[in-house]
Ligand binder design. Structure first.
Ligand SMILES: *Cc1c(COP(=O)(O)O)cnc(C)c1O
Length: 479
């Protein structure tokens, strides 16, 4: 492809992109593809000769697009969102155009310095401690692994890095029974062993019980274990439960335990001063992660990781082979030493475009709107005799189920199956996309109102469809 063609196809493509996003409600939100359906349409061997762009793009539309789930659709209420926005998309185009690999300052000073500035902005925008330092990681999973490795190296005086595990370490890591699976993954990768991840029971709000944490740590100390780290969640994936930092922090401080806070989704809410009560006690944390790529209108991937002690972070990861030595060492941030991979994408640019293009106040207004919509939805569920709420709502995730009042499903197991089939029917319709969780062993449908393009009208429509489908299902079950 030459420059002339690139220019032509590029202009056409921007029009396609705008049309796609404008008309995104018309696509079935969850792909309706069957397993293997895409694979079998693709040739077994790659082309020996180049193919015309027109053909490639036609195949993209005919083969690939039907196999895509449309995450940018306002009918996407599943998981947590991976929001984009126009300014973020434009920045990603620029990033791809420059194709820079920003591993060290010298390989693109602007990438390093913009990242430093944007992380300071984000920290201050969210009311996080002013002394913290931030760095962009690809995902929260990576950030949490980074935290666990830093905790390990602090505790072992960099001994595991130097000599490997001696076999004497009996590290224990604590999280709640509701914590995201990435914590267990991180514990396994960091070499601590999944059996040493202690799951602390939760209270009726599904938040970690600090008294149970205290008891578990004391029992482990008595048994000769080394309590290494606590991972507290602000906004669990299941229900956005918030662990009580103000109670957990002092327990960690008393035993010199690393406190990592996983606010992957909910962290964006702290742009709102009225939501910062959840952050009470945050000063005690050693590290903290939240994902602008979830709710902050910034394309995946962009995970903001903050630490109290950046030297400790750098000392955990630093390497300096001859070929990476530069004349600016010590004067600038070489982010290759601030995490796991050497190579780094220029992720700060999209964040900068988003923050500048929206402005803090418009971001806040949009988040407030999302939370207000969830509150309204919660009210509709509460008022509906056929439905019940399954967990307290802290932000804009509502968990509920249909109680199938009119049909003969008296047993709990039946109600689980009823709701699973209700959700499947809704998702198969292509009109909306929901996912589920288990709360206290019961099947619950999750609905997140956080999409970039979401309007109140979308949620009114979705709720109507949920009610109608549930009614139909009840009638089918009756007959
Ligand atoms: C989404 C989520 C994660 C994982 O995020 P990635 O960036 O995909 O690794 C971790 N913790 C919580 C609470 C989450 O909601």
């Amino acid at each position: 492809m030459n420059s002339e063609q690139f220019r032509k196809y590029g202009h056409e493509m921007v029009d396609w992109m705008a049309d796609y996003l404008e008309n995104i409600r018309e696509y079935p939100v969850r792909s309706q593809a069957k397993p293997g359906e895409i694979f079998k349409q693709l040739p077994d061997a790659p082309p020996a000769q180049g193919e015309p762009y027109e053909q490639i793009f036609a195949d993209f539309q005919q083969i690939i697009l039907p196999g895509m789930t449309h995450w940018q659709s306002p009918n996407f209420f599943a998981y947590f969102p991976a929001n984009g926005s126009y300014p973020s998309l434009l920045a990603e185009m620029l990033t791809a155009s420059m194709g820079a690999q920003c591993m060290i300052w010298e390989t693109s000073p602007a990438a390093a310095e913009l990242e430093e500035k944007c992380m300071n902005w984000l920290r201050d925008m969210c009311g996080l401690p002013a002394s913290w330092t931030g760095v962009i990681q690809d995902t929260a999973s990576t950030a949490t692994l980074t935290a666990l490795l830093s905790a390990r190296e602090r505790a072992s005086n960099f001994g595991v890095n130097r000599k490997g595990f001696s076999g004497q370490e009996k590290y224990r890591i604590y999280c709640s029974s509701e914590t995201h699976s990435s914590i267990e993954k991180g514990v396994k990768i960091a070499g601590m062993g999944a059996e040493n991840l202690v799951r602390i029971p939760v209270d009726e709000k599904l938040a970690m019980r600090a008294d149970a944490l205290q008891a578990a740590i004391e029992a482990d100390l008595a048994a000769g274990f080394f309590p290494l780290a606590v991972v507290a969640s602000l906004g669990t994936t299941s229900t956005t439960a918030m662990d009580p930092l103000a109670e957990i922090g002092p327990i960690c401080a008393a035993h010199n335990i690393w406190l990592h806070v996983d606010a992957a989704y909910a962290g964006t809410a702290f742009l709102l001063p009225e939501q910062r009560h959840w952050l009470r006690g945050i000063e005690a944390a050693d590290s903290y992660v939240f994902n602008p790529h979830k709710w902050m209108f910034t394309h995946f991937d962009c995970s903001a990781y903050f630490v109290r002690d950046p030297d400790l972070l750098v000392n955990t990861f630093s390497i300096l082979p001859e070929y990476l030595k530069t004349g600016t060492l010590g004067q600038v941030n070489d982010y290759r030493d601030w995490g796991i991979p050497l190579g780094r994408r220029f992720r700060a640019l999209k964040l900068w475009f988003v923050i500048r293009s929206y402005g803090v106040e418009a971001l806040q207004a949009r988040l407030r709107e999302h939370i207000a919509i969830a509150e309204e939805l919660e009210g509709w569920i509460e008022d509906h005799p056929d439905f019940e709420l399954m967990a307290p709502r802290s932000l804009n995730l509502v968990c509920f189920r249909c109680v199938a009042r009119h049909s003969e499903v008296p047993h709990k197991a039946d109600l689980d199956a009823f709701n699973a089939s209700l959700m499947k029917r809704l998702n198969d319709s292509g009109k909306l996309y929901l996912t589920h969780t288990k709360i206290g062993g019961k099947y619950a449908i999750r609905m997140v109102t956080a999409n970039t393009r979401l309007t109140r009208e979308d949620v009114v429509e979705a709720w109507k469809r949920i009610c109608e489908t549930a009614e139909e299902d009840e009638r089918i079950k009756e007959n």
